[in-house]
Design a protein. Structure first.
Length: 498
């Protein structure tokens, strides 16, 4: 079993199918479960030969990723003159110290009553500004060179954001403007609620996931570090976005998978399946982005990026986003499929590669149905305001899909979903090939066969022992003494490596 001496757990039970069902129901002594839960127990060690084969495949890949990080590592994002537009503004933290109600007519520049059709949005807004009650807010700057400086801002009655006394806000600073107009409120300061929510998330992950939860949080932090200190600055420095995304995603994949799931052959197979799927996503994404003539410059933010850094390949940036966005879902699918095949082999060591593949695919089909739907709905939810605008305009489905803004999301969703679907058979096949090829040596079989036969005889005449995947409960003392190869089994159910 996975390169170890066959345990008496399989010899005790003459019906492997029933024994496999019992094992899957009971789990290893650690309460294993499949699906989206990755609480996998210790992976059964594989033979030294297979470990060498896997290492020969992954070590060059890891070295190539490390070399890519060294070669492409940026010295920091290049400096530029701030435009004062959108996110490219100097900002400071501030506090609303006072809010008083005033007549809009007394504070607006135009005191004349509005004319025209007040049934329109513009006319209605003008009517409210002329006859409504506005708010005059006094804001104190809390950070920067002008700390302690105050300014006033008029809040119209139809504005979405209404300021309240004591509220923490973010203000933009424009040094070239007149002194009274240098500061303006741009947003609410949400650091406290966001920090509290992040803390609740971290506590929930640790309480439920325990050590694996801690490792998952560490991997998440490392992922953000790679994105902030490598991927984003390297793209801004002019490196090819696709190459940067491939190197960065590969580094995140290696760190996250091995950190969360351990350095084992099972994790290595998941890494290989994820890598093959990412390559497929990259090829399909590049092909259809070019074929559909997607520029990647579809909104104010991408337009600002292109204006500040004209050398950035925006279509390449779009492809990089597709690859990075698909990585997280791929990790989930490949790890689950690999673990499913490993556990099937543990439950029934006599099952060949074809049987393992078929059983694993049956599990994967359920996973595909749920994850693909999740992926599509996630993109639809993010683009809901945009879809609402098209609905208001009564645009046809074909017209909506043909617009570049929506076509980008369609290509992103479908390319990622194709890679996700392909990852199931690819990873299942790799896992089936690895565990089915990992057979005990002839010497081990010759020594163990008589012991297994005697253990089977004992099991058939004696009382039924509780079945356990580790084979400890079903093994008799005579079988252990005859084989001499089960002494390496500890209380945790691990099997000695070959």
């Amino acid at each position: 079993m996975s390169g170890d001496t066959p345990g008496t757990g399989s010899a005790d039970e003459p019906a492997p199918a029933r024994h496999g069902e019992h094992q899957l129901g009971q789990g290893h002594g650690h309460g294993h479960s499949h699906g989206h839960s990755h609480s996998h127990g210790p992976a059964a060690p594989v033979s030294r030969h297979l470990r060498k084969v896997i290492a020969a495949t992954l070590i060059p890949f890891g070295v190539a990723v490390l070399a890519g990080l060294v070669v492409l590592w940026p010295g920091g994002a290049p400096a530029h003159e701030r435009t004062g537009v959108g996110f490219d503004r100097q900002t400071q933290q501030a506090t609303v110290t006072e809010v008083v109600s005033v007549s809009c007519a007394s504070v607006n520049a135009s005191g004349a009553a509005p004319t025209g059709d007040t049934s329109t949005a513009e006319g209605s807004s003008a009517q409210q500004q002329a006859k409504g009650t506005c708010k005059k807010a006094t804001i104190r700057v809390d950070t920067g060179d002008d700390k302690g400086r105050t300014f006033t801002e008029i809040v119209q009655p139809d504005q979405t954001r209404q300021l309240e006394q004591g509220e923490k806000v973010v203000v933009a600073y424009e040094p070239s403007a007149p002194k009274d107009l240098q500061y303006s409120v741009t947003d609410v300061n949400r650091r406290i609620p966001m920090s509290v929510l992040a803390g609740i998330f971290a506590i929930a992950v640790v309480v439920v996931g325990r050590l694996r939860g801690v490792m998952a949080l560490v991997a998440l932090a490392i992922s953000f570090l790679v994105l902030n200190f490598f991927v984003l600055p390297a793209i801004l420095q002019g490196s090819n976005p696709l190459v940067v995304a491939v190197v960065g995603s590969s580094a995140i994949m290696l760190i996250a998978l091995y950190l969360c799931h351990g350095l084992s052959a099972r994790t290595s197979v998941a890494v290989l399946g994820t890598l093959v799927s990412l390559l497929l996503i990259g090829v399909l994404g590049s092909l259809f982005i070019d074929w559909a003539a997607l520029t990647g410059n579809t909104d104010d933010n991408t337009g600002l990026i292109h204006g500040l850094y004209p050398s950035i390949d925006m279509s390449g940036l779009l492809l990089a986003g597709i690859i990075i966005g698909s990585l997280g879902v791929l990790d989930d699918v490949t790890v689950t499929q690999t673990s499913a095949v490993w556990e099937l082999h543990e439950a029934n060591p006599s099952m060949g590669r074809r049987g393992l593949y078929r059983a694993g695919i049956r599990i994967g089909r359920d996973h595909i149905a749920s994850v693909v739907n999740t992926l599509v709905l996630a993109y639809a939810g993010a683009a809901l305001p945009l879809l609402l605008l098209f609905s208001i305009a009564q645009s046809s489905v074909g017209g909506v899909a043909n617009s570049e803004l929506v076509a980008e999301e369609i290509v992103r969703t479908l390319v990622g979903s194709i890679g996700l679907v392909a990852s199931v058979p690819v990873t299942t096949l790799l896992a089936a090939l690895v565990v089915s090829a990992d057979r005990p040596g002839t010497d081990s079989v010759a020594v163990t066969a008589p012991a297994a036969a005697r253990a089977g005889s004992t099991a058939s005449t004696g009382p039924a022992a509780p079945s356990a995947p580790s084979g400890q409960a079903g093994a008799t003392a005579q079988a252990r003494a005859a084989s001499g190869l089960l002494a390496g089994r500890g209380g945790r159910g691990r099997r000695r490596k070959r």
